[in-house]
Design a protein around this ligand. Structure first.
Ligand SMILES: NC(=O)c1ccc[n+]([C@@H]2O[C@H](COP(=O)([O-])OP(=O)(O)OC[C@H]3O[C@@H](n4cnc5c(N)ncnc54)[C@H](OP(=O)(O)O)[C@@H]3O)[C@@H](O)[C@H]2O)c1
Length: 268
């Protein structure tokens, strides 16, 4: 039943892991001083939301919970200590849980105003992917112009963002790894110089041929498992690897001797 008193809102609730979400009315909670309340129009469906709803994420959410970490909408209430935001601002938020709902509450420090030319819908496709890729390439790996960057899972959301930023913002040479010929053009369009289909080609052999056996300077790894190991073995001296996630479902272990011999750093 829908409560029209304004004291509740509708949300898609995970009541049981690995089961469909249930749409229900939830009671509205009072706003803390540092928070804003957002009327949600769109919410990205992130890999992490799915993992959380299956009980496979590294941080287990306590049941019941509302998934959704990337909602976009309009501010409808502002906490007493919040400055710089007002009712009516169009925003995107990054949160652990709570975005799959009519409205959500988040700390203002994890909410950003959107420029007029960015739609709420587009914003939900950009924050987690581009934010993650930007931090990995720039803050973690310190990628420099002219370096060679290997991106696994390159046709996925973080992968495409990493290809775009590496090629078009930093000016690096990008080798993209995809699992389907149809994704080759997608990765090239986004800026990849070379694209390897890991289902058809020997990835390590291709990387060594492309780099004249020197290897890549940076690997952004979205896949984990064997792909991480191939990347580690294809990295150049002083290379940097940033593990982003484990889309293969396999968490790799690291042979520390390779780190030592090639002075490779792995950051998270
Ligand atoms: N650390 C963070 O803050 C952060 C933020 C966002 C996402 N993540 C994590 O990053 C990973 C990617 O997220 P996403 O949103 O980009 O996911 P996505 O859009 O689903 O893309 C994942 C890609 O991984 C590839 N893949 C899946 N299984 C594979 C396998 N066995 N071998 C090789 N490639 C495989 C797929 O490409 P092909 O089919 O073309 O091979 C797919 O395009 C996830 O693990 C996610 O949880 C972490």
């Amino acid at each position: 039943m829908v409560d029209t008193s304004g004291n509740s809102y509708q949300a898609a609730v995970c009541e049981e892991l690995k089961k469909p979400l249930v749409v229900k009315d939830l009671p509205r909670q009072p706003l803390k001083n540092s928070e804003v309340r957002i009327k949600v129009e769109y919410c990205g469906i992130n890999y992490a939301d799915i993992l959380k709803s299956m009980g496979l994420y590294q941080e287990r959410a306590k049941l019941p919970f509302v998934p959704g970490c990337e909602p976009a909408g309009t501010i409808i209430e502002v906490g007493r200590d919040v400055t710089g935001y007002q009712i009516g601002d169009r925003v995107i938020a990054l949160m652990r849980l709570g975005g799959y709902a009519d409205e959500c509450v988040n700390y203002a420090k994890s909410v950003w105003k959107l420029p007029d030319n960015v739609s709420l819908q587009d914003a939900t496709a950009g924050l987690a992917s581009y934010g993650t890729a930007h931090m990995a390439l720039i803050a973690k790996a310190g990628t420099q112009i002219g370096e060679t960057v290997l991106v696994s899972g390159a046709a996925g959301s973080v992968g495409l963002a990493a290809v775009d930023i590496a090629a078009n913002v930093i000016g690096a040479k990008v080798i993209a790894i995809v699992g389907d010929d149809e994704k080759i053009e997608l990765a090239k369009d986004r800026g990849a110089t070379y694209v390897i289909n890991h289902r058809k080609q020997d990835v390590r052999k291709e990387i060594l041929a492309i780099t004249n056996k020197r290897g890549v300077n940076v690997m952004i790894d979205n896949v984990g498992g064997d792909m991480f190991k191939i990347g580690l073995r294809s990295i150049a001296m002083d290379g940097r690897i940033v593990p982003i996630g484990f889309a293969s479902g396999q968490i790799p272990s690291i042979p520390a001797n390779i780190l030592l011999v090639k002075n490779v750093s792995v950051s998270k």
